[in-house]
Design a protein around this ligand. Structure first.
Ligand code: ADP
Ligand code: MG
Length: 218
């Protein structure tokens, strides 16, 4: 690829990503936003809810992490965002990405998942993490049995791999979690496919003026 081609490709700066996060992106060798990042990030930074579909490996994690971290840098506090994932592995991986990309802002991400002892997880929550990443079942378990998860302060609620979350019988848990989050939050639905279940969840939990970006057939 010639220099000219590279120059004409969009950059994170064009999306109004702040200098601090741009520097980190460069360090991690994220030089240009992927198509889903390019389409979704401006709306997210404008405060819109999002429903986005694009194939696996297209960069959806950064598409929701960057706007959340940018808002966090402006106004940091504990229990800032809640990210729901279908599996433990994905929760751990996402929490790690958040801490890597948000390193300069000293973001603390906690994974609330099965497999860790509940006393370990209670200890993590007592440190008042900024971002919680977890599986719906375990999150509901904590909501029912402890008073450590303060969802009333949540500014961002994310459903990652929403199609898989819905195919795993998490619907009742998801409803319970939504009820505990403030209505003033922003909500993002990310998925590889735009299934009928995902569309139903959109009607249930996104604002009426949510932005839909469907690149799943590209
Ligand atoms: P998805 O959630 O859509 O399946 P991921 O967010 O897991 O995709 O990203 C897939 C891979 O692409 C990861 O290794 C990630 O680090 C990389 N990636 C994400 N955004 C960019 C970018 N802008 N430039 C280069 N690599 C990127
Ligand atoms: Mg993903």
């Amino acid at each position: 690829m010639s220099d000219k081609d590279t120059d004409s490709k969009p950059k994170f700066k064009d999306l109004n990503i702040c200098m601090e996060l741009r520097k980190t992106c460069r360090k991690l060798k994220y030089f240009h936003p992927t198509p889903i990042q390019l389409k979704s990030i401006p709306h997210a930074l404008n405060g819109k809810d999002l429903i986005c579909a694009s194939q696996t490996g297209s960069g959806k994690t950064l598409a929701f992490i960057l706007p959340i971290l940018q808002k966090f840098i402006e106004e940091p506090h504990s229990y800032f965002a809640l990210i729901l994932t279908p599996t433990r592995e994905l929760a751990l991986q996402t929490a790690e990405t958040i801490e890597t990309v948000g390193k300069k802002a000293e973001v603390k991400a906690a994974s609330i998942i099965g497999g860790l002892s509940s006393s370990e997880q209670k200890a993590i929550l007592k440190e008042k993490p900024h971002i919680i990443v977890g599986t719906p079942g375990r999150i509901v378990d904590f909501l029912d049995n402890t008073n450590l998860l303060k969802l009333e302060k949540i500014k961002f609620l994310v459903f990652d791999e929403a199609d898989r979350l819905l195919s795993m019988d998490f619907e009742n848990d998801i409803k319970k979690i939504i009820e505990k989050c403030p209505e003033s939050r922003s909500t993002y639905l990310f998925s590889a496919t735009m299934t009928s279940g995902v569309k139903k969840l959109k009607n249930y939990c996104l604002k009426k003026d949510a932005v839909k970006i469907d690149l799943s057939n590209n």
